[in-house]
Design a protein around this ligand. Structure first.
Ligand SMILES: [Zn+2]
Length: 102
């Protein structure tokens, strides 16, 4: 029995909605000095249905050797990682074109 996609009505194995959603996903990276001059790198626009935010957070923390938190599709890392974040995210399988670093 084949399940149909609720979006397009096609069987799920030929439906491309998820791929389209992934291509349209725009990951935005910016820095914010949230408190007392401590710079945080904020990663937004992650689709939490598609991305395991918690496991992405721990991979980023170990690759960048920093602390951080995540909630509601948003990851905050301690320190300014804007120079390396694109490389690290693309190593983890994200399209470089979909990552915008501000
Ligand atoms: Zn579909």
């Amino acid at each position: 029995m084949t399940e149909n996609c609720p979006n397009c009505g096609l069987p799920k194995d030929i439906c491309v909605c998820k791929d389209i959603a992934r291509e349209e996903q725009k990951i935005e990276v910016r820095t914010s000095d949230r408190s007392l001059g401590k710079v945080m790198t904020v990663i937004e626009g992650l689709d939490d249905e598609d991305v395991d935010i918690g496991s992405l957070e721990s991979k980023l923390k170990s690759k960048l050797a920093c602390g951080g938190t995540s909630k509601e599709g948003k990851i905050e890392l301690q320190g300014d990682h804007t120079r390396r974040i694109k490389d690290v995210l693309s190593e983890l399988g994200f399209e470089e074109d979909s990552i915008e670093v501000h």
